[in-house]
Design a protein around this ligand. Structure first.
Ligand code: NAP
Length: 285
């Protein structure tokens, strides 16, 4: 068996063309151009490349994006002041603070200072309640991107044995909650899961979502034939190439469908950010 690839890149492109472009067009006819501001503190190199992708997707969707760059030495007070100005600016519909922030800045305090209606990353507490994708106002982008990827690939979730590896606040926990809403028979594995329990759950999984942050941790022999695998991890190898949390070559021999790295969950995350920005602008109508 060789897995069929779920291309997040292609799904994202179709969402931009078929869904976001018409929605942005409608907004523009009413005199509103959705605008996203990205706050970038310091010069973290991975952040710089993520920001480029966000600018590219915004432009394709017809959303204006502005990157506001600040030195590493920026004080927490000055950053909170900048966010307060953005919260009050009616021409801006969404704002994100690119993470990681320098160690002297309290990330949680900064995230919670963003108005929930403009928190298009969906990281704030207000947007992390009742994570039903249909209802949550601005759902967190990576979990939303994963759910959209499953939905557009017509992967049934209700009554399916789904395993999520990882329980972080930005990926594992919220995607698990979204999957439960959809009726998944859910198991969440984390660092405290006994190895024999984890091994059994992996073998029984019909759908596996891996967000552990460990390069190529999951191998094909741990899984059952026909499993559907979504790889959330992103890692840069020493030679500059990319890999995920899943060992692609061995897993692609047993899986029926799997998402690649790069070109899988990454573009789905970015398109979800742009979707949230458009939604935030629509809510101002
Ligand atoms: P994180 O905050 O480091 O969380 C990792 C989670 O994995 C933790 O809950 C941890 O359990 C669990 N874990 C660690 N080792 C494990 C093991 N052997 N078995 C089972 N669970 C294990 O990471 P994250 O922020 O969720 O990110 C995960 C990966 O996704 C990273 O590679 C990150 O770069 C990537 N990512 C990609 C995107 C995208 O857009 N594609 C977005 C966000 C993140 P404990 O809680 O018990 O410690």
């Amino acid at each position: 068996m060789t897995a069929k690839i779920i291309s997040g890149r292609d799904i994202a492109q179709r969402i931009i063309e078929k869904e976001l472009n018409p929605r942005v067009q409608k907004l523009k006819q009413k005199g509103i151009t959705p605008k996203l501001v990205v706050i970038f503190v310091g010069d973290h190199s991975a952040s710089a490349s993520y920001i480029k992708q966000k600018e590219k997707f915004s432009a394709l969707a017809g959303v204006v994006s502005e990157v506001r760059r600040f030195p590493e030495s920026l004080s927490e007070e000055a950053l909170l002041g900048e966010i307060a100005k953005i919260n009050a600016d009616k021409s801006i519909h969404g704002v994100i603070v690119q993470l990681p922030l320098p160690a002297h800045i309290n990330m949680k305090k900064v995230i919670e200072s963003i108005a929930p209606t403009k928190d298009v990353d969906g990281f704030g507490e207000a947007n992390n309640k009742d994570l039903d994708v249909r209802e949550s106002s601005l759902p967190p982008c990576t979990p939303k991107g994963i759910m959209t990827m499953l939905e557009k690939s017509k992967i049934p979730i209700s009554g399916t044995r789904v395993v999520v590896m990882g329980r972080s606040h930005i990926v594992g926990r919220p995607v698990a909650e979204m999957l439960l809403y959809k009726g998944a028979l859910l198991k969440v594995l984390h660092s405290q899961t006994p190895p024999d329990e984890a091994a059994r759950a992996l073998k029984e999984a019909q759908v596996l979502i891996v967000a552990v942050g460990k390069p190529e941790l999951i191998h094909g022999e741990q899984l059952s034939k026909g499993v559907i695998v979504i790889d959330v991890g992103i890692h840069k190898r020493e030679d500059g190439s990319m890999c995920g949390d899943v060992h692609f070559d061995s897993v692609s021999k047993v899986a029926s469908l799997m998402s690649p790295v790069p070109g899988g969950v990454g573009p789905m995350t970015v398109v979800s950010l742009i979707e949230n920005t458009v939604k935030a602008a629509e809510q101002k109508l």
